[in-house]
Each structure stands twice: as C-alpha cells, then as structure tokens.
Design a protein around this ligand. Structure first.
Ligand code: SF4
Ligand code: SF4
Length: 468
C-alpha cells in the first residue's frame, strides 16, 4: 500500500527554522566533568531506583549508587568519583520532583572495579540480560524504557529481527548521527553480540539518507556479517517512532495497543547499542551520553557529557544562549519538553538541549477549516480533527473510541495545521484524562467484585452455621 521504506503519513520539517542546525561535521567533544553531579533516582520508565549510599560516603566512578526498584526499573551509577554531598529532591525537565544523589567531584576519575566478561560471545542470554540490567541501560532515544526488560522475550513470542533506530528524524538533533559515524564498529559489535547471544537471525539498521557518511561507516563496519543490513531511509518525520520504523524497514504493522515484539521485532536506539557494547565488552555502566546542544547558542555542538551534569554547564560550554531565545527544550523541537530551570541535570534520555526562538511559542489558534491535512499527516492513521473536537467538548469516551491512546504525540498534525490548532497538547491532556477514567473504572469494578465476593462468603458462612 505504501512505497518501499515508507510509513503512512508523516511530514518533512526543515532542519532548523531559526539559528543554525548543529553542523553535522561537529565531532563529539568530551565536556569536562562539573564540580557536582546530580544523579536522579528515576531516569527511566518504571519504578524509581533506591539509594544505596548515604550523605558523606565516598563513591567511585561507575559505582552503583541506586539499585533498581523493581523489574521494570534501572539502577543508577556515579558518573564521577567523590563524596555524596546530599540526597535531595530535584526538578526534572517535565517539572516533576525526583530524589537525586548529589556527588561532589574529587576530579580523580577513579573507577570502581569493572567486571568485564572474559568472552562476551559466550555469555548466555540470562547473563547478558543481567549485565545490561546492572549497567543501568535504558532507551537513549528519549523513551528510557529499561533495555533488559525489552530484551526479555515472553515464551510465546519470537524475537526474529533486531531493528536499530538510527533515524534521528527530529530537526537539530545530530548526536546519534555523530555516534554512528564515530563509533560504527562499537555499534555493529553490540548488534553482532545480541544476534549471536539471543539467536536472532537478522538485524536491520535504519538510517535516514541525509546521513550518508554514517550509512557508509556502518556498512563498512558490518561488511563481515551478512546478518546485518544497513538500510537508508527517506527523510520523513516521525521515522524514529518504533512503529513507523518497523513498518518502513519490514513492512510489518504493530497492532494498535501492542508492542513491537508482536511483529517479531525489538527496536533499539543506536546510542543504546553503543551503551550495550560498553557494558558487554568493558563492564562499564551507563554514566555518560552524547547530547546535542543546538538552536540559538553561539557554538552548537555534540557533547559527550556525564550523566548528572547541570544543563547550565552545557549551555556555558556552547557559548550561551543568543538574543531571541524564547524557550529551552530538552529533546527535539517536535516531541521535546520545554523547561526553564537550567540547573536541571542531564539524564540518560536527554538527546538534546535546544534554545529556540519565536517559532517555539504557541501561536494563536483559529477555528478549524476542516481541510483534513492533519489526517493525512498522522503516521498512526488517526483522525486528529475529530479527536480534538471530542476532547475540547469533554467527550472523553468518544476520544477513547477514536483511538486517542494510540497517539504517539509526534506533533505532525500540529505542524501541518493551517489554523495553528494545538492538537498535540489537546491529545496529551486527553490521554491523561482517559487514563485516569480507565483506572477509576477498573478500581470501581474491582471494588464491586470484592464486595460481591465478601457477600458470597458471608452468605456461605451463614449457611454453614445453619447446617452445623
Ligand atoms: S489540519 Fe487543522 S484546520 Fe485542517 S482539519 Fe485538521 S485541525 Fe482542522
Ligand atoms: S500527534 Fe498524534 S494525532 Fe497528531 S499526528 Fe502524531 S500520532 Fe497523529
């Protein structure tokens, strides 16, 4: 139905509409570690980690300082060596407050003993999952889902294809581009290890065709392994969405409300694959990442930054924000989160820090002219205009039926709307309310069930009493 390597809908936003996009030739530069790092205990989807150090403790670089708080969780590690100065709540990019461990850097970069396996190729799947879990690896494209959980495949499912997400389809962001170019061998090594250990027959690496140097580097690195294919993809947003990428690379469709494994695929971001390489080859936990700083800053760049570094340091190293900056965004301009507090620490999922101008300010809305452009742009085949009308009229059941919970909040509909309707914000709010209503309904049903069971038990005991 759709052309080869295409998914339904989508748009093609410009690389950057104010300021300059980060020069793709900007090599990754290591940002000096700051005086203090602030490591939040929750940088992932799932239960927060639990602190296992206390104020005054000396910690080493790479030492686990917070253990996973459940199965769907991830530990956190010290990104510098030094002294635990405090354990306090900090504000995150989305405005939530999370407990964080503050470490005063002693600038010795003294590593904790690294437990590198002698022969990663011979690890069992269970040992590999344990190492990935202990290394605190989560989806680094921004989703932050714990990688070990993603690679834990239910017995009735079949892991047939590893899909590596190198699309990096949002404007301004080039961190993955540089990583794929500079660390192609390491990424291919991680892919080869996963294929071998989990007995997966094939890996496909999807990279948008505006990164030809990265495609060449990955193809060169993968040339000895016929199970790995590097596929150039048309430039189209949101190519990096899991469902869109699977469709573009395999032609398979993930059913609504289901996970990629339903199609036999597991999707992993290129940065996550690099972290897996470091964990399996060197025993290193996830304590740093590449983050693009772009938009209205004097020196846009791709920084290799310690987790927990305040954004203030990144902006300072990038020459500071320029005149005309109206907002700061964590992530890309389409799906990122606006924030104001620049002492927020860089976390595992922080792919970019952007300073944006006027275009980032919500424009004034005008009435819908029913042009249908939003429906053509939607990569999830939804009807944004109808969902928006339902939500604004507080008809949440109708919005639910129209599939608002399948909205991936990609912003494509908002981008194309000539009436500048704030569709994505409407769906974000609508999804929150539908979730609350679903949970309330579930709680009501469970309470009714419990009341019926209690009544039945009481009647039974009355009957038993009579019989006795
Ligand atoms: S794109 Fe905007 S104006 Fe056109 S139908 Fe959708 S909501 Fe209405
Ligand atoms: S934000 Fe939601 S409704 Fe709008 S285009 Fe993206 S998936 Fe479709």
């Amino acid at each position: 139905m759709f052309g080869k390597h295409l998914f339904p809908g989508g748009i093609h936003p410009a690389e950057g509409t104010n300021g300059k996009a980060v020069n793709q030739r900007n090599a990754i530069t290591e940002l000096p570690a700051p005086k203090r790092v602030v490591i939040p205990l929750s940088q992932h989807i799932g239960a927060p980690a639990k602190a296992i150090v206390k104020k005054g403790d000396r910690v080493l670089m790479g030492q686990m300082i917070g253990e996973a708080g459940g199965f769907v969780s991830a530990p956190v590690h010290a990104s510098v060596s030094g002294i635990v100065a405090d354990i306090v709540p900090v504000t995150m990019f989305n405005g939530s407050e999370i407990t964080a461990i503050v470490i005063e850097n002693d600038f010795r970069d003294e590593w904790a003993p690294l437990d590198a396996p002698a022969d990663p190729e011979s690890l069992s799947p269970a040992e590999t999952l344990q190492r990935i879990r202990q290394a605190g690896i989560v989806g680094m494209g921004g989703a932050t889902f714990p990688t070990a959980v993603k690679l834990t495949i239910a017995p009735d499912k079949h892991f047939e294809k590893l899909v590596i997400n190198g699309a990096e389809c949002e404007p301004y962001l080039t961190a993955d581009h540089r990583l794929m170019l500079e660390q192609a061998d390491a990424i291919i090594d991680a892919v080869s290890l996963i294929l071998r250990i989990f007995s997966v027959p094939e890996a496909i690496i999807g990279v948008e065709e505006n990164k030809p140097d990265a495609i060449d580097a990955l193809r060169r690195a993968a040339s000895g392994n016929p199970a790995i294919r590097v596929q150039a993809l048309p430039v189209r947003y949101p190519q990096g969405g899991e469902k869109q990428l699977i469709h573009a690379l395999t032609g398979r469709t993930v059913p609504a409300g289901k996970l990629p494994i339903e199609t036999g695929c597991v999707v992993m971001n290129a940065g996550t694959a690099f972290a897996v390489h470091e964990a399996l080859r060197e025993g290193k936990p996830l304590i740093r990442r590449v983050t693009t700083v772009g938009g209205l800053v004097a020196k846009p760049n791709n920084w290799l930054v310690r987790i927990g570094t305040p954004v203030r340091e990144l902006l300072r190293a990038s020459g500071g924000t320029q005149k005309g900056t109206r907002t700061l965004i964590s992530g890309g301009p389409m799906m990122g989160t606006a924030f104001t507090e620049i002492d927020i620490p860089v976390t595992k999922g922080c792919s970019g820090i952007l300073a944006l101008g006027r275009e980032a300010i919500d424009p004034e809305e005008s009435p819908c002219i029913r042009c249908g452009r939003c429906m053509r742009a939607c990569p999830m085949n939804l009807q944004p205009v109808r969902m928006d009308h339902a939500i604004r009229a507080r008809r949440f059941d109708e919005a639910d039926k129209l599939g608002v919970m399948n909205c991936i909040e990609c912003g494509a509909c908002t981008f194309v709307c000539p009436a500048t309707r704030m569709l994505t914000q409407s769906f974000r709010a609508g999804k929150r309310i539908v979730t609350i209503r679903r949970n309330q309904q579930k709680a009501r049903e469970e309470a009714e069930k419990a009341a019926l069971a209690a009544k039945a038990a009481a009647e039974q005991s009355k009957t038993d009493g009579k019989e006795a």
